[in-house]
Design a protein around this ligand. Sequence first.
Ligand code: 5GP
Ligand code: ZN
Length: 108
Amino acid sequence: MCIFCKIIKKQISSDLVYENDTLIAFKDIKPSAPVHILIVPKKHIESVIAIEAEDKNVLGDLVWRGKILAQERGLDKTGYKLIFNCGRGGGQIIDHIHLHLMGGWDKK
Ligand code: 5GP
Ligand code: ZN
């Protein structure tokens, strides 16, 4: 089982910030920004590269949740990044789709 599936099943602890029936969000263990949250579907899908049409709504759900989590933290005032790393060449290390929400830099 992959590390994010273990986090989803609470076999590994994480700093959870949101959970519903289909996705969870938790703080990145090694943050690259003052706010760095990973938004992860509960269904194990390896990558954006691997996603099939039948699961395409997952992508919208992750982005929508990223927007809401950003808004709740006031990041809509300053701006933020929503990033999918796709495959090794795209910087993906964990082979379970996740959206990075990064922000909190002091910019106007
Ligand atoms: P990727 O490079 O695959 O897009 O990003 C994987 C991210 O997962 C990295 O930013 C890394 O710090 C984070 N990460 C890896 N293992 C764990 C873990 O066990 N717990 C948490 N919270 N984050 C992790
Ligand atoms: Zn997984």
